[in-house]
Write a protein that binds this ligand. Sequence first.
Ligand SMILES: Cc1cc2nc3c(=O)[nH]c(=O)nc-3n(C[C@H](O)[C@H](O)[C@H](O)COP(=O)(O)OP(=O)(O)OC[C@H]3O[C@@H](n4cnc5c(N)ncnc54)[C@H](O)[C@@H]3O)c2cc1C
Length: 397
Amino acid sequence: MMTRSEFVKACALFGIGLPFQGAMNACSEDSETPITAGDFDGSVLIVGAGAAGMATGYLLQQLGIDFQIVEADTTYGGRFRTNNEFTDFPIPLGAEWLHVSAEELPAIINDDQITVDTVLLPYSENDTSGYYSNGQLTIEAVGNAVNDDQDKKFIGSSWFDFFDTYIVPSIRNRMQFNTQIATIDYSGSKVIASDAEGQFYEADKIVVTVPLKLLQLGTVNFTPELPTNKQNAIADATVWSGIKIFLKFSEAFYPTFLYFDDSETNEGQRLYYDAAYGQNSADHILGLFSVGKQAEVYQQFSGDALRDYVLNELDEIFEGKASAVFQDILVQNWNDQAFAQAAYLADEAPSSISRRMAESVANKLYFAGCSYTQFADWSSVHTASRSARDAVRELVR
Ligand SMILES: Cc1cc2nc3c(=O)[nH]c(=O)nc-3n(C[C@H](O)[C@H](O)[C@H](O)COP(=O)(O)OP(=O)(O)OC[C@H]3O[C@@H](n4cnc5c(N)ncnc54)[C@H](O)[C@@H]3O)c2cc1C
């Protein structure tokens, strides 16, 4: 059985030279059969307004199918929300890179009449890659050949802004916030869900996009219980912890990427990177992306203690420079987010987990989301969006 990391390597990718996960489009199994209306003309309840929930609603809207999106949080976005106050460009608190070809954006929009003007920037082979090991920092040019499928940065925008511009306008009035679904009863001819306040929602079909960690924690109760193979997939899944930290400095003293011996292991990942890369900004922002066990090291701290820990780590590498030019810090600890409580399904998980999670139940209960996919690729916005396309294709049949 292939893990996601093995899949990435099998696709002959750049490994540790650039941000992880990238460039799976070439190996993608996404058939992209056009999404056409079938016989179904009932109603659909979508649980969650992250990438998968919004993409599902948007496609149902295109097909003229009645739907409603219920979201536990105060607004939409889920794990690709941004911060627009820290600096003069959007800071992606979760999803940051497009890991596949730019063709993915029009595929999400699914409308040839709409031109995408989102600006994406791939990395250049002249960018610098630092490696800190045994007390020594080595910096060299990234040097990898740049190809179409390589990780790209959103310039002056973000994954959130892309959805906000192209997807949200046509579904805005179908989204209801502050509505946490607690029970889903699919035993009858209709699906009946209830929220934490005891309100009921009825539909012919339901699409669940609740993050896998929250299913593991039992935050949604299903009647009848989910099939055993799905319950086993939920129980067996390793869901990685996750944190992102952004540091503002008065000057840039760091390479484009900074790696460590433990930057990519079976248990997690971490890397510092120039978060202002390509942005039209005078601010110098260094990002830290960390998931899995590596993230849990940072998550032991918070507030000033976390700031000091990170500055000490950087001072050791850059001979005191970090604390000398430090200005500000922004932390997003995904384990502390009530409606995520983790980052995402581990790259090392067997693909059978996300495949089993993607299977529909009783022609009424569907799963869409970054961990519920038939592809050998998971835990990203493009997989969440592809899973929505698959759920809609199946649902309208
Ligand atoms: C630190 C980090 C870095 C990442 N980097 C990248 C990257 O660079 N590129 C990339 O493509 N992807 C990246 N990802 C992954 C990407 O963010 C996710 O895969 C994607 O956003 C998940 O979309 P989703 O719709 O499946 O889930 P979510 O976005 O989590 O949406 C689920 C929604 O359901 C809501 N919800 C939860 N429980 C309930 C309930 N009971 N009732 C109603 N609503 C509920 C939640 O509030 C949420 O809005 C990153 C993620 C993290 C955490």
